[in-house]
Design a protein around this ligand. Structure first.
Ligand code: FPP
Length: 239
């Protein structure tokens, strides 16, 4: 990895697949939920660091549509962490001018989480510093199918000419409508997979995979990933 250069361009939008919480816990003889709890501390530090570094959008893959297959106790632990985060950190989001958004089928989440999310999203809606986008019950293929359904309904109603459909119009029907595509995708814990995350939106993203488990991921690791992005950008970027 290359060193981070504060004088060079920082990615406008960073997306992260936070992986390795379970393995981090197993390596310490701890239950998996302790790995998720430690992972929540990484969320805080990365959020703070992104704000300080001038990143404008941060998207975190917190719960995939496939994660519903996990044991109920683990799902409950993750939803509890989300509830705790929203309760404790919404004032911090306000203080730091951070806007919260979500992508995914949040209607599948427990009612308490849905309520808290709606409140925090409404409360932070006018903040214009960093935008934190949390992917919850999210699956990229489902997102693309949802967009296709909406477009087909519009075509059927005569509101859209199928021949006029283009990349921009399609993009406006994704959950991420109005958000710029990620410039940098980071995945922790060494797995070289995209796992149904933002398949459309990462078309041109630089991908950085680090062996570090998510609960160990701290500002120096974020800076190293940005340094790698800056190096690639310098070598392969435009004119
Ligand atoms: C992947 O590790 C991690 C997750 C499925 C959940 C990520 C969630 C958090 C960090 C909790 C807090 C989030 C917010 C937004 C407050 P894994 O369980 O797949 O790990 P493994 O591959 O080692 O088993």
């Amino acid at each position: 990895m290359s060193a981070f250069d504060p004088g060079k361009e920082v990615p406008r939008h960073i997306a992260i697949i936070m992986d390795g919480n379970g393995r981090w816990a197993a390596a310490r003889g701890l239950p998996r939920r302790d790995g998720h709890r430690a992972g929540a501390d990484s969320v805080e530090e990365v959020l703070r660091s992104c704000r300080e570094l001038g990143v404008k959008y941060l998207t975190l893959y917190a719960f995939s549509s496939e994660n519903w297959k996990r044991p109920e106790s683990e799902i409950n632990a993750l939803m509890g962490l989300l509830a705790h985060f929203l309760r404790e950190k919404t004032p911090t989001l306000m203080r730091n001018n951070i806007r919260l958004q979500v992508i995914g089928h949040i209607e599948k989440l427990p009612a308490r989480n849905q309520r808290q999310l709606a409140e925090s999203i409404a409360m932070t809606a006018k903040n214009d510093g960093l935008t934190l986008i949390v992917a919850l019950s999210y699956g990229s293929r489902e997102e693309i199918v949802d967009a296709a359904k909406e477009l087909m309904k519009k075509a059927k109603a005569g509101e859209l000419d199928p021949d006029a459909l283009d990349v921009e119009t399609f993009g406006r029907h994704l959950y991420t409508a109005g958000l710029p595509d990620p410039d940098l995708l980071i995945r922790t814990s060494g797995e070289c997979r995209v796992s149904n995350f933002l398949l459309w939106q990462i078309s041109y993203a630089e991908i950085v995979i680090t062996d570090v488990f998510w609960p160990d991921f701290r500002r120096p690791h974020l800076e190293a990933a940005i340094g790698e992005y800056q190096r690639r950008h310098r070598r392969f970027g435009g004119l």
